[in-house]
Design a protein around this ligand. Structure first.
Ligand code: ARG
Length: 457
């Protein structure tokens, strides 16, 4: 089969060499973006009188037909035609004849592929933002049900202070809010058209880049044609934003995994988001959460991969850049799947409120209350800490918790302690009283949830 660029060549490469260089195996994902890019380009060529309108009309009919066939999965791509751009150009020429060969006037595959990538990401990032939004809504719904559900809060994975379970869930809301914000902000760097940059230097044809950009819905055009064809920052940025998102999802996944173990038993995942063991009949595994935790690795890998690809690349286009695609497609696929799964998992999980309640009543996470109580009565906090620590030790020796200690024992440790201490030590009061801005106090959590809802609205 002759190559579209074969004029200068005396012999063709062997098939296995072609296969190594071909990207059609993966860049066919860009089929619609590539056709849309061509439609905008050829319309612009007509508007600028670079091609006669009858040629433009024929080409447009051909491109629309290819779009129809692509939508129905009827296009057959071939490695001999290397990539999506040459495959489609060849198909167009086969479909409408030699006039199809005029499409590539004033254009290069270098600005073409960059345009495809910008179009692709612009659409996907919009969808990803919507998915994050949906997940956040679910988080808020769960949080609203659990404002007054007490739960142990941890540091060093040791019980630290009691919290509202909603407060814990809402922490993830705000992480996702930052993720969403980052994706949103990145759009201004994705929403730029490289089309018309040519191979690297622009073109001699009197094209109108802004018009072509308008046809494609881009808000801006690159100011420098060399930058336009060699910029992959927007993809690195997407991979970086995705990595941050996955870091958050993997932390949440880890908690879901811990919480659903018998040791914690704070939640139960719905059957529809769990799997069984092939040998141990009793098991219900949080596979989906584990997979999301695991898939974080491939997203980080994709980021490191592309950063390494672009490192030290001379201007302008280099074939190395073809390596930008698989990691990006894989990342889109991975984060879209992870967000959908996570939303369903959180929406359908059962929170064991009784168990959470018991948990905070059978630990020392109210010790800070006692220290704060003494400090508020004038004892220097350091000494209050010491007194409380000794009482905790006493409890451990006797197999008690602080609330079980008789008043005499408490007063022996400090004569500042009075009988109101038992109210102070109740986990419910402990949470309620943490009413500082952004704290876990119920009032603060409600304020936070309201703010979250306003953001989502
Ligand atoms: N398949 C190529 C890529 O993905 C398209 C651009 C090829 N350009 C070139 N001059 N060989 O990067």
């Amino acid at each position: 089969m002759t190559k579209l660029w074969g004029g200068r060549f005396q012999k063709s490469a062997e098939q296995w060499v072609d296969e190594f260089g071909a990207s059609i195996g993966f860049d066919q994902t860009l089929v619609m973006e590539d056709l849309d890019g061509s439609i905008a380009h050829v319309k612009m060529l007509g508007d600028c009188k670079i091609l006669p309108s009858k040629d433009v009309q024929q080409i447009l009919v051909g491109l629309e037909e290819l779009k129809k066939r692509a939508a129905e999965n009827e296009l057959e791509f071939s490695v001999a035609n290397e990539d999506i751009h040459l495959n489609l150009e060849k198909m167009l020429i086969d479909l409408i004849g030699p006039v199809g060969g005029k499409l590539h006037t004033g254009r290069s595959r270098n600005d073409q592929v960059a345009t495809d990538m910008h179009l692709f990401l612009k659409n996907r990032v919009g969808e990803i933002i919507e998915l994050i939004d949906l997940f956040q809504k679910t988080l808020v719904e769960q949080a609203e049900k659990h404002v007054e559900t007490l739960a142990p809060g941890y540091t060093h994975l040791q019980r630290a202070q009691p919290i509202s379970f909603a407060h814990h869930l809402m922490a993830y809301f705000w992480m996702l809010e930052r993720d969403k914000d980052r994706f949103h902000d990145s759009i201004k760097r994705i929403d730029i058209s490289p089309l018309g940059a040519g191979a690297l230097a622009g073109t001699t044809f009197p094209i109108d880049r802004k018009l072509a950009a308008d046809y494609l819905g881009f808000s801006n055009v690159y100011a420098n044609s060399m930058d336009a064809v060699s910029d992959r920052d927007f993809i690195v940025e997407f991979l970086s934003n995705s990595s941050m998102l996955m870091a958050h999802l993997s932390r949440f996944a880890e908690e879901i995994i811990l919480w659903s173990s018998s040791e914690f038993n704070f939640i139960e995942l719905d059957d529809s988001f769990s799997t069984g063991s092939s040998i141990m009949p009793q098991k219900k595994n949080p596979d989906m959460a584990e997979l999301i935790r695991g898939k974080t690795g491939r997203v980080y890998g994709n980021l490191m991969g592309l950063l390494t690809v672009i490192k030290g690349l001379p201007l302008a286009y280099n074939k190395d850049m073809q390596e930008d695609k698989e990691g990006m497609f894989d990342t889109v696929h991975t984060i879209v799947g992870s967000l959908k799964i996570f939303e369903g998992m959180v929406r359908t999980m059962t929170v064991h409120t009784e168990r959470l309640h018991d948990t905070v009543h059978k630990d020392f996470s109210n010790a800070t209350e006692l220290a704060d109580y003494l400090a508020s009565k004038g004892l220097p906090f350091r000494e209050a800490h010491e007194v409380t620590g000794k009482l905790v030790f006493l409890c451990i020796q006797r197999g008690y918790f602080l609330l079980d200690l008789p008043l005499e024992d408490l007063q022996e440790a400090s004569n500042l302690i009075e009988s109101d201490i038992y109210d102070i030590l109740s986990p419910l009061a402990a949470v309620k009283r943490r009413n500082s801005l952004g704290g876990t106090g119920f009032e603060q959590v409600k304020i936070q949830i309201n703010e979250a809802k306003n953001r989502l609205a």
